[in-house]
Write a protein of this length. Structure first.
Length: 264
């Protein structure tokens, strides 16, 4: 595959950007941490997602992780030494990046090989189409960390898999295997790992060959339908509460968190 590659450094991590035959490909590369995104990487991801639009030849964005992981989400270790207020700001910034990808005016395809966890799952759900290998695992184990699902995060899950499955994901913290995620609609396509790259390119080219006006109109119409669905909650639920400090500390110390019962 002929590509033009730009590597943007963010600490010990890379966001790799490639362009080929009407396809823009973003690869999250931090294999030593299951492609977990640092704060700098979230920044770079948002910048690169918008950079895709600079080239009118780019008709489709493909988002993937390197190696055998999509992404483990945000790097929780970064939150261990900051205040709850700063943590909340970081999560809001992360949501802004995810929304940027979700609302791009071109089709987006998420390619999931291995775990897509927490914010990584939300990033996958922000894509228009998701392709997974048999090694794909999707979950949002926020209950282990004391992270509360912000309204927008919860909305994406509820609209895709329904209230009960959303609660199942959070209450148990379990990872849905590829076949279960496919049956639930979290994955649109399930292919063998050895065929993943070929299928990704074939699907990207198929979509890129469609009318850009038609695809944009559908994206906008669908998003308007999603945005118009009333929610049962009011206001904005924060991402973090008092349990978050204990959850982060337990994660870093590799032990079970000791949470107290939530008050109303």
């Amino acid at each position: 595959m002929q590509v033009r590659t730009t590597r943007l450094e963010a600490e010990d991590a890379k966001i790799i950007y490639q362009e080929t035959a009407g396809l823009a490909i973003i690869t999250i590369h931090r294999p030593q941490a299951k492609n977990a995104l640092t704060a700098n990487m979230w920044d770079e991801l948002a910048k690169i997602a918008l950079k895709v639009l600079d080239n009118a030849k780019n008709k489709v964005l493909i988002l993937r992780g390197s190696g055998e992981n999509f992404t483990a989400g945000s790097d929780i270790k970064e939150f261990n030494a900051i205040s709850l207020e700063k943590a909340e700001e970081a999560f809001l910034h992360m949501e802004k990046t995810i929304s940027t990808i979700e609302r791009l005016p071109i089709p987006t395809i998420g390619v999931i090989n291995g775990p897509a966890m927490g914010a990584g799952l939300e990033l996958a759900l922000a894509c228009d189409i998701r392709i997974g290998s048999e090694k794909a695992k999707l979950g949002i184990p926020v209950g282990k960390l004391g992270i509360t699902l912000n309204n927008k995060f919860a909305q994406r899950l509820v609209q895709l898999v329904g209230p009960s499955t959303t609660k199942d994901l959070v209450f148990t913290g379990r990872m849905f295997k590829a076949d279960e995620a496919f049956k639930l609609g979290m994955l649109n396509y399930l292919v063998a790992e050895k065929d993943l790259n070929k299928f990704m390119i074939r699907m990207g080219k198929l979509v890129a060959g469609m009318s850009p006006e038609s695809l944009l109109a559908v994206k906008q119409s669908v998003q308007e339908c999603v945005d118009s669905v009333p929610t049962l909650w009011q206001g904005s639920t924060p991402f973090v509460g008092s349990d978050f400090t204990e959850g982060c500390r337990a994660f870093v110390e590799k032990r079970q968190p000791q949470f107290t019962r939530a008050s109303k």
